[in-house]
Design a protein around this ligand. Structure first.
Ligand SMILES: Cc1cc2nc3c(=O)[nH]c(=O)nc-3n(C[C@H](O)[C@H](O)[C@H](O)COP(=O)(O)OP(=O)(O)OC[C@H]3O[C@@H](n4cnc5c(N)ncnc54)[C@H](O)[C@@H]3O)c2cc1C
Ligand SMILES: NC(=O)c1ccc[n+]([C@@H]2O[C@H](COP(=O)([O-])OP(=O)(O)OC[C@H]3O[C@@H](n4cnc5c(N)ncnc54)[C@H](OP(=O)(O)O)[C@@H]3O)[C@@H](O)[C@H]2O)c1
Length: 424
């Protein structure tokens, strides 16, 4: 009897990255990578439309700097909710330490108060502060004045006032945590935590999902992704997204293990009937599942027509999978290919603008039973595409605005389940 291992977030498979390269052309503002994982003898399987869950690890430098900053013993055995291990390993693998959370900032109040930092404002000699003609501080160290009564607006350097202000003002809190990690905060406030106390405050490490960009039939034993690397710089240090930086910088092609498991979809699937047409709208990394759909339709010799609407900043630097797409076109696998390069001209051209231009033809496909798919940015793109689809139904289906909305949202999306989204 063969016993199959069930890989999950509690029991992830340790994969290896076998290919990891940048898809952008020189001069691009973006870093989008094609990353291939080896499934080895895991027995892991997937279908197109599924996502791969990746469990990242924190950068070793941040882990080690944190340990030194706090004077902890890296070999202390600790349980951060994912089994006993050394403190160094728990900090690397079990918690998120690349961005400070609100709970931790809130905990600073008792720390700064108990360490006496409240009266430790860096003032010596005689200080006067006048705001709007009003003296808000007149203080003399020599005469032993205390800072009681200090107006909060003058308390910019007072650690307690600063933390209390953030606790009361959610936008100040958001601003503060946006650009800082734990090292920034511990340095700024000069406070100490016991390892257990620290681990009790920080977030558990969460897996990141990536839409799979390959078909297992076309790439046996492998899973491929299209990943937008998140990089930014704050307070003089380069930083970025935990998982994307881990895959791009720490793992790259180093042959180190990386923990993964599958996240199957029930809804973002190809039509059961291979003769049904599909329209795929996938700008940027949104192209990922559609590369997989195309590979599967070609492998299955599906007779339905395929229309890909893709876009990104420039045809010169973001034409991901150009050779593959041209081959699909040459061989007739892709019957329609529409591009929207947003920065190749003065005015922005987005996928929804191209949809509107091809509104009549899109409506004909939909009337003929085509499935309509969207993948990529949830906040702006997917909403604009949704509005445009309703507008196409209104204009070309000769419907009222209410009927068009009903058709797209109720009939196509909920009842017929042929308007499907994978947005993030
Ligand atoms: C179903 C699904 C499918 C997905 N598929 C894909 C895919 O195919 N390809 C892909 O690339 N991604 C995909 N994602 C997104 C992916 O899961 C991750 O969210 C993404 O890679 C970022 O992860 P990270 O760990 O690198 O960043 P995190 O450490 O999680 O940080 C990301 C956060 O950083 C913050 N941030 C961004 N810029 C700045 C800045 N300048 N300063 C401070 N903070 C900043 C933002 O709040 C952002 O939310 C998908 C998500 C879902 C839910
Ligand atoms: N949740 C996360 O942690 C996370 C991590 C990484 C990425 N993301 C999101 O995932 C998305 C994918 O990133 P990506 O780099 O692959 O592509 P992207 O940023 O979505 O850009 C792809 C194309 O879409 C265009 N675009 C911008 N606004 C649009 C709109 N309202 N409607 C239609 N198109 C629009 C862009 O144009 P311009 O750039 O010229 O405006 C670009 O040409 C990003 O939007 C990002 O916010 C989320």
């Amino acid at each position: 009897m063969v016993i199959m291992t069930v890989w999950s977030s509690k029991n992830p498979y340790s994969s290896r990255i076998t290919e990891n390269y940048i898809l952008n052309g020189e001069g691009s503002r973006k870093e989008t990578r094609h990353i291939v994982f080896d499934l080895g003898d895991s027995g892991l399987e997937y279908k197109v439309g599924d996502a791969l869950a990746v469990l990242p690890e924190n950068p070793q430098e941040i882990v080690d700097n944190l340990i030194v900053n706090q004077g902890w013993d890296p070999l202390q055995i600790i349980d951060a909710g994912k089994g006993e291990k050394t403190l160094r390993d728990a900090l690397k693998m079990d918690v998120e330490i690349h961005r400070v959370n609100k709970r931790f900032v809130g905990s600073l109040i008792s720390k700064v108060e108990s360490s006496g930092l409240k009266i430790n404002v860096k003032l010596t000699g005689r200080r006067r502060m006048i705001v709007g003609g009003e003296t808000i501080l007149d203080w003399n160290a020599e005469s032993g004045d205390t800072l009681n009564g200090l107006n909060s607006s003058a308390a910019g350097d007072d650690p307690v006032a600063k933390v209390e202000n953030m606790a009361d003002d959610s936008s100040a809190m958001e601003d503060y945590i946006w650009s800082r990690d734990y090292l920034d905060v511990l340095d700024e406030f000069g406070v100490k935590y016991a390892p257990d106390e620290f681990l009790g405050l920080v977030d558990r490490l969460k897996p990141r999902l990536y839409s799979i960009a390959s078909s297992l039939d076309a790439h046996p034993g492998a899973v491929e992704l299209t990943v937008g690397i998140v990089r930014y710089s704050h307070h003089g240090r380069d930083r970025g997204g935990l998982c994307t930086i881990f895959m791009a910088d720490e793992i790259d092609d180093s042959d180190l293990p990386i923990r993964v498991f599958m996240s199957p979809t029930k809804t973002f699937v190809l039509p059961e009937d291979p003769s049904v047409d599909i329209i795929m709208v996938g700008p940027g990394t949104g192209i990922a599942p559609f590369r997989a759909f195309m590979e599967q339709r070609i492998y299955d010799k599906a007779s339905g027509r395929n229309w890909l609407i893709f876009g990104d900043q420039s045809s010169k630097t973001e034409f991901y999978y150009q050779d593959t797409i041209e081959k699909w076109l040459d061989e007739g696998d892709l019957s329609h290919f529409t591009t929207a390069w947003s920065r190749d001209q003065e005015e922005k051209i987005y996928v929804q603008h191209r949809m509107a231009e091809h509104g009549k033809e899109i409506w004909d496909w939909l009337e003929n039973g085509a499935y309509f798919y969207v993948c990529g940015d949830k906040q702006y793109m997917a909403k604009d595409v949704h509005r445009t689809l309703i507008e196409i139904a209104r204009e070309h289906g000769s419907m009222s605005a209410d009927d068009a909305t009903h058709f797209i949202e109720k009939v196509m999306m909920r009842e017929q389940k042929r308007y499907l989204r994978d947005v993030y």
